[in-house]
Unconditional design. Sequence first.
Length: 244
Amino acid sequence: MKFQEFLKKTKKFTLNILFPEKIKCIFCGADIDNFETRPYCDDCAKEDFFNVGNRCMFCDVKIKKHNIVCDFCGHNRKKFERAFCPLIYKDEAKNSLLRFKSDNARYLAYPFAKLIYKRIQEENIDIDIIIPVPMHEKSRRRRGYNQAELLAVELAKLMNCETKSNVVIKEKQTKDQKALNYRDRLKNLTNCFRLKDKEAIRNKNVLIIDDILTTGATMNEVAMTMQPYALHIYAAAVARDMVE
Ligand SMILES: [Zn+2]
Ligand SMILES: [Zn+2]
């Protein structure tokens, strides 16, 4: 065995003991060589759950070639200027997001934040503060963590900016949005968020972060509370989902 190969094997062995998840593809679990450069395997890199190609300039959803805005944004302007979502919520991307959200796979916050970071780097925008979409206190206690907060902390480190929880709080417990359309989602969310700390975002470029962006209704409601005070408001999520 060559020395280099030996080092590589030793590194992998040590990593496997200390951080068993750090040598595995975040999507399919296959062994990978360099988690830091790319946290997924060659096979997954070829999958179609990456949100690339022509996308709506506001909500980052895939649209037909040569179009600029999706039909939805054409009729409902959002309170945030743009959204950045590196993945599409399907197949293995969906599975790993579900593990992150409900299965305590908190270590995924870092690789997911990195995917968002890469996506934002492609654009020429400045962010001063990252605000996670808040959870109701009761739901947070039940789950033990807010996945949006974990993402915000990791992304803030990568972007070298600030993050703060409880700037916006969720005061009302809401129904699961899954079965609702956009109109009902908005109704469900009405007056459920409250801006608690306007000084934290006054005249700042704000990025709201969540795990999944579906209709954008949640992000929109959170953005609405900050709109009178913030300079620019953007949104980011690990994955873009569509309402059927
Ligand atoms: Zn894979
Ligand atoms: Zn759109």
